[in-house]
Design a protein around this ligand. Structure first.
Ligand code: ADP
Ligand code: ZN
Ligand code: ZN
Length: 702
């Protein structure tokens, strides 16, 4: 151990670009400093955790002014591959390194007061046997021998060694049920044959992990799996992360945050449903886990597989131009054919049902037929609650939220609350349902529009003999959550399922005859240029829930889409299940209007007490950028605008969109903006106007 004092530079979870110098006392700490080590340090009046990014023999700052590192986490240092990823993410997403690293460390390891206890704790090693009891026998294990010829071909391509550089990005595109999962699990099995190797499997949603987890346990009975998503307890997340970090877990299965896990022996990455918007982190460092996974694979020289039935335009185009390899599966693995798509025009008076304004006769007939054939129906409506707004029949009062520029949603009494309430889905405010109009005293308050609860009611009334199950974030919040509800569907205890997009994804249901999408238009006409792309992906996904039966004699299922605009391109391509056609069409549209992926975007968010101030703040920024000559040719700065939901929880919000045909110019400009704004800010709050600002790279919601 060295006798002369050492200095370390440490990054903290603070929006400050550089790290802070501290003294390192090797004697007292019992070891020399190592880059990547997680430590505790005094900062202001509190103890913070930080990560060592530099070790120096001197400091620019006078030694008497420096404080000393207090303690070390009982963990190995974060490895250089992970730090390299963090550095990239920090630069690319314009957040400090500390803000990027520290939140990625599980809570359990972020509490220095517990480190001593954790140091002494014996790592539990009996987990493996316990885990494997959970593997369900019913889980179908499709080994290499059972793969169909298309799948085998896909696997062969994956197993080929290409070049000496290990990096490969492969898009595995195949309709839902075409056997993509079976292909990549067999691929991972072969990767995992190498001793101690690790693989990362990213999934978009925690609701999808239990089913995949069971499948993985069936495939890999002797491998340890680390689960990393918000559905596992903080403690378990801490344990899983540690197991991944020390190389003890071979399979790391998780949602977006898992991409930032230290994995010393990482050999392959799979991003399932790569198009899913939930890969984008929407707070803090607003990273895209898919994009970071690709960067990580590139940096570490690894293969990465992106799987989807409806690839994102970005990925699909990369495959088209040959930047990624493109493997396709075109038939459904078990021989079942794709469901038949029916577009139901709700404008047509002939289609209206006498039963309820919410259903067309056609959908009603399909549900009745399904019931008589003992098949399940799935009704999708993208809105939870009973009604999105209530209004007074005498005056113009509507249930507006006091804190937001949006309406409060009526929720009928149920598991969540004993009484009927109004709830704001933006700020969380909950109020009792008024008995009278607060403006005029009229007692006739009418729910307007429909949500899952209302549809559930209507269905129960129309088919009293049927068992109806509602699946949305409200009904899944209690007890075991969504998993329990999905289990009921799998076990056939339910005739009709009503749900939000939660039911649309990934689940391998076996007995769905009819899928009906109510009010499909609600998501089509939004300001966001990605609205049609998202709707298309969702409809293909939900259509894929029908007709997955293993019995070959079963019909393929039907999907009914209720719309006022059956001629819209998105529905016409859906009618033919033409994913590539839709993507080509969308690509052309985007190219003509210069939108991503034909350009690159950044978004400056501003929020404060008044929208006028937020807009002013952004206008000032825009003029400063132009005055200082920071805006390259080919970079377009739009005018600041209020956000779609302008007011949330009392804050008023605006945004400034920046678009560029050059990645580099955009990056330079965003960095310059960061620099400029920081000069007059404390953290990310402007000192003069008290506006809170944030820079976002590659926004997905505009
Ligand atoms: P995807 O991931 O494309 O949706 P999966 O891999 O989940 O498809 O396969 C869909 C269903 O078909 C699953 O129930 C799976 O067990 C089954 N399956 C996959 N491949 C085969 C195969 N070669 N033979 C029989 N069944 C298969
Ligand atoms: Zn009124
Ligand atoms: Zn609100």
């Amino acid at each position: 151990m060295k006798a002369s004092p050492l200095f370390v530079q440490i990054v903290l979870d603070k929006p400050l670009a550089q790290g802070f110098d501290y003294i390192w006392d090797s004697q007292k700490l019992g070891t020399d400093p190592v880059i990547g080590q997680i430590v505790s340090v005094p900062f202001g009046n509190s103890i913070n955790i930080g990560v060592i990014v530099k070790v120096n023999t001197h400091s620019e700052i006078e030694q008497s002014k420096l404080k000393a590192v207090l303690g070390l986490a009982p963990l190995p240092p974060l490895d250089s591959a992970l730090l390299s990823l963090m550095n990239f993410a920090s630069q690319y997403y314009i957040h400090s390194l500390g803000e990027t690293i520290i939140p990625s460390i599980p809570q359990m390891w972020r509490k220095p007061e517990r480190w001593e206890k954790l140091r002494l704790a014996k790592p539990s090693t009996d987990k493996k046997s316990k885990q494997n009891d959970l593997a369900s026998d019913s889980e179908q294990l499709i080994g290499v021998a059972q793969l169909n010829s298309e799948q085998k071909n896909a696997l062969d391509i994956l197993l080929q060694k290409k070049g000496s550089e290990g990096f490969r990005a492969i898009l595995l595109q195949g309709q839902t049920g075409s056997g993509k999962t079976a292909v990549f699990l067999n691929w991972l099995a072969s990767v995992l044959q190498e001793k101690n190797s690790q693989v990362l499997l990213l999934v978009p949603e925690i609701n999808l992990t239990p089913q995949l987890e069971r499948r993985i346990r069936a495939y890999f009975p002797d491998k340890k799996i680390a689960l990393l998503h918000s559905g596992v307890s903080e403690k378990q997340r801490g344990i899983s992360w540690h197991e991944a970090m020390i190389g003890d877990a071979q399979i790391i299965l998780g949602t977006r945050l898992a991409v930032l896990t230290p994995m010393p022996n990482l050999r392959a990455i799979v991003v399932d449903e790569e198009h899913d918007p939930s890969y984008k982190q929407q707070e803090g460092t607003r990273y895209s886990a898919r994009d970071l996974a690709i960067w990580r694979a590139h940096d570490q020289g690894l293969p990465i597989l992106l799987a989807s039935a409806t690839p994102s335009l970005e990925t699909w185009m990369a495959a088209k131009v040959g930047r990624y390899e493109h493997i396709r599966l075109d038939s459904r693995a078990q021989g079942a054919s794709l469901p038949k798509v029916h577009l139901v025009n709700t404008q047509d008076p002939q289609n209206r049902s006498s039963h309820s304004p919410l259903f067309t006769k056609i959908v009603e007939g399909a549900i009745t037929k399904c019931l008589s054939e003992k098949k399940q129906s799935l009704i999708l409506i993208n809105r939870r609650g009973y009604a999105p707004v209530i209004s007074c029949s005498a005056c113009s009062w509507m249930s507006k939220c006091a804190q937001c520029s949006s309406c409060m949603v009526m929720h009928k009494a149920g598991a969540l609350s004993k009484k009927t309430v109004l709830s704001c889905h933006h700020c969380g405010l909950v109020k009792p349902m008024p008995n009278f109009c607060p403006d005029c005293g009229n007692a006739d308050l009418k729910p307007v529009g429909q949500g899952t609860q209302k549809i559930e009611d209507v269905i129960e009334g129309a088919w009293p003999q049927a068992t109806v199950l509602r699946v949305d974030t409200d009904s899944s919040r209690r007890s075991k959550g969504a998993e329990e509800l999905f289990q009921k569907i799998h076990e056939g205890d339910v005739d009709i399922v009503v749900g939000t997009q939660m039911i649309a994804k990934g689940h391998d249901y076996q007995n769905i005859g009819t899928v009906a999408v109510l009010d499909a238009d609600s998501r089509l006409y939004s300001q966001d240029f990605r609205a049609a792309e998202r709707l298309f992906a969702q409809l293909i996904q939900v259509a894929g829930r029908a007709g997955r039966s293993k019995q070959h004699d079963q019909a393929s299922g039907d999907i009914y889409i209720e719309t006022q605009h059956p001629d819209a391109a998105v529905f016409q391509y859906l009618l033919r299940h033409d994913v590539d056609g839709f993507l080509s069409f969308t690509a052309k549209e985007r190219e003509e209007s210069g939108l991503p992926p034909f350009s690159y975007q950044g978004l400056i968010h501003a929020e404060g007490k008044s929208i006028a101030k937020a807009i002013q703040f952004l206008s000032d920024l825009k003029s400063q950028l132009t005055e200082r000559g920071l805006v390259h040719k080919g970079v377009k700065i739009y005018d600041p605008v209020p956000k779609t939901i302008m007011r949330v929880a009392g804050s008023e919000r605006a945004q400034l969109l920046i678009e560029s045909n050059s990645r580099k110019h955009l990056q330079e400009l965003l960095e310059a903006i960061d620099h400029l704004l920081r000069q007059d800010s404390q953290g990310r709050i402007s000192k003069a106007s008290r506006i809170r600002w944030l820079i976002e790279r590659d926004p997905i919601a505009i």
